[in-house]
Design a protein around this ligand. Sequence first.
Ligand code: ARG
Ligand code: MN
Ligand code: MN
Ligand code: MN
Length: 295
Amino acid sequence: KNISVIGAPLDMGGVRQGSRFAPDTLRLLGLIDKIKRLGLDIDRDFNLDVKNGYKLEKSEDNLNHLDMILEQLDILFESVKNQMEEGRLPLVIGGDHTTVLGTMKGVLNNYPNAGLIYFDAHADINTTETSPSGNIHGMPIAALIGMGDERLKAVGGNLTLNPENIVYVGLRDLDNGEKEILKENNIKCYTIADIDQLGMGRVMDEALEYLKNTDGVHVSFDVDCLDPIFAPGTGIHLFGGLNFREARLGLEKCHASGKVLSLEFVELNPLLDYDNKTAELLIELICAGLGEVRL
Ligand code: ARG
Ligand code: MN
Ligand code: MN
Ligand code: MN
């Protein structure tokens, strides 16, 4: 399939702004060329025309910058939906992780029984009631499964993601309310401890087996699943994340399954990076997700 690179430079949903610069940073560091050298065709390569502002303090309704984010997500949803309808594989570059609400709705529009593989330190499954921060990048999965604020749920229409079609990989920081939601909805979770115990290879084999009856999978990758030693260029730093090889294997296994419908890489913040280290690492990971193989 030919690829559509969709830059989604929206960063009103995160903690520290700056991920709006990620799509162009990755391009300037050679992402597009590197993908082409894999023998893949890029049919489209553009940034969405989304409006950002500057973060203010926490809003009273615990939904920081909701209106701006809703506008951004509509634009993203339409784009992913259209690119898929035209037969291309969307490669979405965030932006903060609110993106997954627009992207996944676009995927569900084409494949109502699609699955989601979510590489993240976080579950991003807070509602307005459970969120400690009011930051909407911590809420997209709740909205996708039909929980939380009506306006977020309504992004891209009424389609919902079946909680049984989700697999988390790499969790290491959950809020108490999120733990309950994960449990109540019986959502498949592989924590960092599970990866320590089983190894990334086994975890991915199980995850893909678990999703085998879906229409295919959307892969959503948050840079903060990585250890900050490897990936300082992101808004939240927590010890004990994935190393480069584990993340790489995870993405290689996704590709090798033949089930990938679309890919998304988010929360790279070039303003927090050192010497473009995180950005360069992410380019390698994107290529792994697109099928680049090692020796
Ligand atoms: N759980 C925290 C919150 O709701 C952190 C979420 C971090 N999400 C992310 N996409 N990096 O604020
Ligand atoms: Mn996330
Ligand atoms: Mn995260
Ligand atoms: Mn579990």
